[in-house]
Design a binder for this molecule. Structure first.
Ligand SMILES: Nc1ncnc2c1ncn2[C@@H]1O[C@H](COP(=O)(O)OP(=O)(O)O)[C@@H](O)[C@H]1O
Ligand SMILES: [Mg+2]
Length: 275
């Protein structure tokens, strides 16, 4: 087994759902390595297994065969020790708690998980981040006392992101967190996520449908295709950081976008005609 204390490793993962004629191979022969501190995006058509891959890493599902380790630990152990933070598509905030309360709560209730994660060699301890500083950084400094229902969808998702960073997990898994937002909100929140990540350098695995989002955010883009869900290409995004507006409009960014679009189209064309 290839367990590394400084990497997330998925090796030859197979995951099927259902049986007989209804059987779906959600993932076949999937290999993925994410180094500590990297920002990695996963992109591919609907149904290609992106969420399944994320759930395997999160310890929410188990592979039928193959290995998954999160900084050397089993995913369910890493999950119990709160080494993993999850940001879903729809932010699940507690409606009766203020913005600040939502971000503060998880680090208060994690004492047992804290004790457990200190025993895992792959965990790197970092002091809890200051919720106010995080919320200010992500543009919500003047909304600390507001309740979730008083916020727009984009603001709610910002709270969920600040909350995920606050617990100082070893990895944040984000499953299309911006897909429900309009384009302008999405671009603004991408920049804020970038600024936060550049400061915190938490390992992130980020699922997206958007080619430009993947390029702008990532060190590495993983291109998947469907039936069976598999990885077709892994593209290193060799652009300097911090990634500011001027860079984001540069020819180099467009070249990466074209490269990834080409890979997605090839994968699409090569797939079975059953789609
Ligand atoms: N709980 C489940 N039961 C049965 N089939 C599932 C389940 N979850 C996902 N699938 C199937 O597995 C495949 C991959 O799904 P998913 O990982 O959600 O893809 P993506 O996130 O890329 O859209 C799809 O064909 C989907 O229908
Ligand atoms: Mg999905």
């Amino acid at each position: 087994m290839t367990a590394s204390p400084d990497q997330i490793v998925v090796r030859d993962a197979l995951k099927t759902y259902g049986t007989g004629a209804a059987e779906v191979t959600a993932l076949a022969h999937v290999d993925l390595t994410v180094d500590r501190g990297q920002f990695v995006s996963i992109i591919g058509p609907s149904g290609c297994g992106k969420s399944t891959l994320l759930r395997l890493v999160a310890g929410l599902e188990t592979a039928d065969s193959g290995d998954v380790t999160v900084f050397g630990a089993d995913p369910d152990q890493a999950c119990a020790a709160k080494m993993i933070g999850f940001v879903p598509q729809v932010p699940a905030l507690l409606p009766w708690l203020s913005v600040e309360g939502n971000v503060t709560l998880p680090s208060k209730v994690n004492r047992r998980a804290d004790a457990l994660r200190r025993t895992l060699p792959g965990h790197v301890h970092r002091e809890p981040a200051d919720p106010r500083a995080l919320l200010t950084k992500i543009g919500l400094g003047d909304s600390l006392a507001r309740l979730p229902h008083q916020l727009s969808g984009g603001m709610q998702q910002r709270v969920a992101i600040a909350r995920a960073f606050a617990i100082q997990a070893d990895v944040l898994l984000m499953d299309e967190p911006f897909s429900a937002l309009d384009e302008f909100t999405r671009e603004a929140i991408q920049v804020q996520l970038l600024e936060l990540w550049e400061q915190m350098r938490t390992t992130v695995v980020f699922v997206t449908h958007s080619v430009s989002e993947a390029v702008v955010l990532s060190d590495k883009v993983v291109v998947m295709s469907a039936r069976p869900g598999r990885i077709d290409a892994v593209i290193d995004i060799d652009l300097p950081r911090p990634r500011r507006q001027g860079l984001l409009e540069s020819a180099a960014v467009h070249d990466y976008e074209d490269l990834i679009r080409g890979r997605l189209q090839t994968a699409w064309a090569a797939g079975p005609a059953t789609r």
